[in-house]
Ligand binder design. Structure first.
Ligand code: AMP
Ligand code: ZN
Length: 302
């Protein structure tokens, strides 16, 4: 009896994903990228008349900024750092010998000033803080980046490198919470227009270690994170395709971000996992996007 092929196998066999030999690291076909572009555009359209400032950062960020952001306190297991060879001629010869012998060749690799961006919004906060206090209406930014998280998996929706498009709001608590409430509605409307089943739930981040459980419980108790979930593999464990995060004054305090009134700024972000929504669509509506239901075609291609 033949087993049902996994979703990853189906995506690779359909040519949508290109296997690289590393779990969670895939090439993407033109057909897949077309869908990504359409989802990305639909996300921006969902922002309606919002006046956003568009900012793009590369997928690597300043290590000092990363260190100060607090990421390592919460998610050391997910972080990826960029190292580079910093040896002399003799070290190079040694490296090549180790390599040829199949041994560890990384002895002379040293950390660079670059780490891989874990979420699209992380590089933004110090940049905004450097401009001085926010305007009375606060700030609203549109960011998109490839992100890295060290969570190798056979689940095609759990990648090590994936794209996140985010809208980030900075201001006083009322402004920031109104933004999040608005995007909770917008996110649901967008996913409904794609004819995907979904649910909305309170969530927590995968905080590391012994203290992690407590932090997760605190995050839930204060309703700081919601996720819009779509069943991809299982009804029981649906996959987060959108996140709606309220950081309270975490980034405001970290970066000395001030409102026009001189208070510590609060921040929130809404993030869409572009590959996750694309995979959910291929899973739900079939592996050929030209054959998707007319409503979905219209929502994405107009
Ligand atoms: P988070 O910062 O964890 O809330 O992530 C924001 C969004 O990025 C999530 O809602 C997902 O849609 C997406 N995402 C997070 N982790 C991954 C991953 N490992 N692979 C693909 N997409 C992801
Ligand atoms: Zn964010």
């Amino acid at each position: 009896m033949s087993e049902t092929p996994s979703l990853l196998r189906l995506l690779i066999d359909a040519g949508l994903f290109i296997d690289t030999g590393a779990p969670g690291l895939y090439g993407r076909s033109g057909a897949f990228e077309d869908v990504i572009d359409r989802i990305d555009a639909a996300f921006v359209r969902a922002a309606g008349d919002d006046v956003t400032e568009v900012v793009r950062f590369p997928p690597g960020m300043n290590r000092g900024v990363f260190e100060k952001s607090g990421y390592l306190k919460s998610f050391p297991q997910l972080a990826g750092t960029v190292h580079a060879f910093c040896g002399a001629h003799g070290d190079h010869m040694e490296l090549l010998e180790h390599l040829a012998a199949g041994e560890d060749w990384m002895g002379k690799q040293e950390p660079t000033e670059v780490v891989l961006t874990p979420a699209a919004c992380y590089p933004l906060y110090p940049v905004v803080a450097a401009r001085g206090p926010l305007a009375p209406e606060g700030g609203l930014f549109d960011l998109q980046s490839y992100c890295f998280r060290h969570e190798p998996s056979e689940d095609p929706a759990r990648m090590q490198m994936f794209r996140m498009h985010e809208m980030v709001r900075l201001g006083d608590p009322d402004q920031v919470l109104a933004f999040r409430a608005q995007w909770l509605e917008r996110g649901q409307a967008l996913v409904a227009s794609l004819e995907l089943p979904f649910s909305l739930d309170l969530a927590n981040d995968p905080f590391f270690g012994r203290g992690g459980k407590l932090m997760a419980a605190g995050q839930r108790a204060q309703q700081l994170k919601f996720e819009l979930l779509v069943p991809i593999h299982s009804e029981e464990h649906p996959t987060a395709c959108f996140s709606f995060n309220y950081h309270q004054d975490h980034f405001g305090l970290t970066w000395d971000l001030k409102t026009a009134a001189g208070e510590v700024a609060h921040t929130a972000c809404v993030g869409i996992g572009l590959e996750r929504v694309a995979i959910a669509l291929f899973n739900q509506h079939g592996l050929t996007s030209a054959d998707w239901p007319p409503g979905v075609r219209k929502a994405l291609w107009g």
